[in-house]
Design a protein around this ligand. Structure first.
Ligand SMILES: [Zn+2]
Length: 265
């Protein structure tokens, strides 16, 4: 009986709307929408809500406990929300402690905050000594950026070294993390001014080789293939990742950052 009544209501509504002069007799009221449209509306609404929620998290406008996403686990495969999970670590010193500083993969220690002055400083940074036995020696580095480094080194760089070079990476050389300066040629502060960027220049491997972006990026051998492969893998974990392919200023390093930009080349 219940099903019959619902069908009866739809039928009545159609007749009623069609007779309503305000609707011009076109039967265009919401009750006359084909039933198959409602799931489409539901899907569109869900996508809209998730998109807005994602933007709020992306721009650090939702405190991590309210973001309703699971914490990152560096030992597990990363999933769909990895960018948001890394952003949450940048925001939350307790999450930094739980995910990064307590990880068996990572050798690191907390660095005292430097309150922001003239657009420079950091609130949640660490000294990153090593990731899974790869020496990094970066300090101060924003904790989310350190988490992105850990993911990139373990899930991209280490496998690429095994597959392309048949060796392991022992140490990375970088040009620095924190620098109180603007983006070259602009009035805007660089992500380096928040210690949320690192300029990676070279990789020392266990077989005694040293691969540098400056000397080996343009080659055609396995070392070049390794560098291009790991550059391609930066985009998943860093928001901006600039290689020699981006411009001449990056001919000798990969600029990797966790700012608000989204440039990957
Ligand atoms: Zn840089």
């Amino acid at each position: 009986m219940t099903d019959g009544n619902q069908c009866g209501h739809r039928s009545d509504a159609t007749v009623h709307d069609g007779d309503n002069p305000e609707l011009g007799g076109q039967g265009s009221g919401p009750l006359t929408k084909p039933l198959w449209l409602w799931p489409v509306y539901g899907f569109a609404l869900t996508v809209s809500v998730v998109s807005v929620w994602g933007l709020l998290i992306h721009f650090a406008l939702v405190p991590p406990p309210y973001a309703l996403i699971p914490s990152l686990n560096l030992l597990e495969p990363d999933g769909l929300f990895v960018d948001w999970q890394i952003a949450a670590i940048s925001q939350d010193p307790a999450l930094c402690e739980q995910v990064v500083l307590s990880s068996p993969l990572i050798s690191a220690e907390r660095v005292n905050a430097m309150p922001e002055r003239e657009g420079c400083g950091w609130a949640n940074a660490i000294r990153l000594n090593a990731v899974d036995n790869i020496e990094v020696n970066a300090s101060p580095i924003d904790c989310g950026t350190a988490a992105a480094m850990a993911l990139w080194l373990t899930k991209v760089v280490a496998p690429a070294a095994r597959e392309t070079l048949s060796t392991t990476v022992r140490k990375i050389t970088h040009f620095g993390t924190y620098a109180c300066r603007n983006i070259a040629g602009t009035p805007w502060r660089s992500v380096h001014a928040k210690a949320a960027a690192i300029d990676v220049a070279a990789f020392a491997t266990s077989d005694g080789s040293n691969l540098s972006v400056r000397r080996h990026w343009k080659g055609k051998d396995d070392r070049a293939r390794f560098l291009h492969s790991i550059a391609d893998g930066t985009c998943r974990y860093f928001r901006s990742a600039l290689s020699p392919a981006y411009n001449a200023a990056h001919h000798d390093h990969f600029h990797l950052d966790r700012g608000w930009g989204n440039t990957c080349k």
